[in-house]
Design a protein around this ligand. Structure first.
Ligand SMILES: Cc1cc2nc3c(=O)[nH]c(=O)nc-3n(C[C@H](O)[C@H](O)[C@H](O)COP(=O)(O)OP(=O)(O)OC[C@H]3O[C@@H](n4cnc5c(N)ncnc54)[C@H](O)[C@@H]3O)c2cc1C
Length: 435
């Protein structure tokens, strides 16, 4: 008898965990991703600030699953699902809209940035979600220092050396801290005509505190730390306008050639493909066995799914995605083999952490709340554990140790420098216009 076919869409935290949970299942498993790599998104800001290189946080999915003989990996973009015919529609650079049938489907397609309806901001304030985004941000930041060093008119240095981060959640806070360390240590002695340490880093959020999902005490500790690093923290007012010359916050213009969007996220269009109920953000409402109501063969997991536990929606974090992926894999595996069905899914919250510059993190886990070096060491240990392979763990550990001791960051190559010039500085605009 033919084995059932399980299609997993997405090789992020949830999809990969699902695939691993099915490693022993008597089934044909096909994992489809639009990129060829699994990406460790929590360290994207380290690529954007030159601490790590892209290949240290991304790893080919087929390499991770090379020993899993029941699983094939396909590079393709899923553009739809036909629930009645039980197939997904896949396109790649060679073939368009190819239907691929399934017996079970796991959608783990994650999320992207949300500009809260102001999509015109995207051109001037790119987000941080993929390796392409991280490298583009790195180029933009490094390019700003290069342009300032070459600029004869000192009055233009201020705009070039002002960096605005919009959104003071974990990504904004971590990015601001890493940028502050970059200008104070790594770049400090590299320039002759400008002082990189004079760069202005502004973190803006309309909320009343940074790291709003942490306790007030830890939020305050993170804010204090940012301010000690020289970051200006502007809370209580959102950004009303973003353009080539900077941002407008509560009527005040902050002139800047480098604005980075570190605010909201929006789920993938999985809900539209399925034509099922979603929450207000567009995440698919799933049942407590992670399946879609009325479709016991379709599971939606990770950032693109909405599930409440004890009356509260589960957060869009890697732990939720991994635990859900693992659960869906186990449930399908047992269904195929006639085993006992697992109890309804329950998320086990191990806690949250955020780094603020060198040797400092905040950590909240149950009743434990701490900040400082110990929290940072725990953060480093846990993040190393969750990297996809031992080679990445070793490489990132050595890089961190080197950067910690010397302050040096190796990944400071500007790739495609003309295309990444800040808006309004001439060359980048010309390249875009000519394209
Ligand atoms: C900058 C940043 C920092 C973060 N920091 C933390 C942190 O410190 N701690 C934490 O717990 N969480 C953090 N998160 C959140 C965490 O990364 C996500 O919750 C997690 O990645 C969700 O996993 P997922 O599998 O649902 O989605 P993802 O990991 O995003 O994976 C989705 C996968 O689906 C693929 N895909 C999407 N659409 C398609 C399609 N149409 N066809 C084919 N493939 C597709 C994508 O290429 C991707 O590989 C951070 C996120 C970001 C962006």
């Amino acid at each position: 008898m033919a084995q059932p076919r399980i299609i997993i869409v997405g090789g992020g935290f949830a999809g990969l965990a699902a695939a691993k949970g099915l490693s022993k299942a008597p089934a044909e498993i096909i994992l489809i991703d639009r990129t060829n790599h699994h990406l460790f998104q929590p360290l994207l800001y380290q690529v954007a600030t030159s601490i790590l290189s892209p290949s240290q946080i991304g790893f080919p999915i087929r390499g991770i699953l090379q020993n899993q003989k029941n699983t094939s990996v396909l590079l393709g973009d899923v553009t739809g699902v036909d629930k009645d015919k039980k197939c997904v529609v896949v396109s790649d650079s060679d073939r368009q809209d190819v239907p691929l049938s399934y017996d079970y489907l796991i959608l783990a397609t994650g999320a992207t940035h949300s500009y809260f309806g102001r999509n015109e901001f995207e051109r001037f304030a790119p987000g941080l979600k993929s390796l392409t985004d991280a490298v583009a941000t790195r180029n933009k930041v490094l390019q700003a220092f290069e342009l300032a060093e070459a600029e004869e008119d000192p009055s233009r240095h201020r705009d070039l050396l002002t960096f605005v981060l919009v959104g003071a959640g974990p990504t904004g806070v971590e990015m601001a801290g890493a940028l502050a360390m970059l200008v104070k240590t790594t770049l400090k002695s590299n320039f002759r005509r400008i002082d990189p340490a004079s760069a202005r880093i502004v973190l803006v959020d309309r909320g009343p505190r940074v790291l709003g999902s942490f306790s007030e005490h830890l939020s305050e500790a993170a804010k204090q730390r940012l301010e000690n690093l020289g970051v200006e923290v502007r809370l209580g007012d959102g950004v009303d306008q973003i353009d080539a010359d900077g941002v407008l916050v509560a009527g005040e213009r902050i002139a800047s050639k480098t604005v980075i969007w570190t605010a909201g996220v929006a789920p993938s269009p999985a809900g539209k493909w399925l034509g099922v109920e979603t929450d207000r953000a567009g995440r698919v409402r799933i049942q407590n066995d992670l399946s879609v109501p009325g479709h016991p063969e379709i599971f939606v997991v990770g950032d693109t799914a909405a599930l409440a536990q004890d009356g509260k929606p589960l957060p869009g974090v890697a732990q939720v995605a991994m635990q859900q992926g693992r659960y869906a894999g186990k449930l399908i595996s047992r269904r195929i083999t006639g085993g006992k069905q697992p109890a309804p899914f329950r998320y086990f919250d191990k806690g949250s952490m955020a780094v603020v510059g060198k040797g400092f993190a905040v950590l909240q886990s149950g009743k434990v709340q701490t900040s400082g070096l110990l929290a940072w060491l725990i953060w480093a240990f846990i993040h190393l554990q969750f990297l996809a392979t031992s080679s990445l763990r070793l490489s990132v550990f050595l890089q961190w140790a080197w950067t910690y001791v010397t302050g040096q960051r190796g990944a400071r190559i500007i790739v495609n420098h003309q295309a990444t010039a800040p808006p309004g500085t001439g060359s980048g605009e010309a390249v875009r216009g000519a394209a």
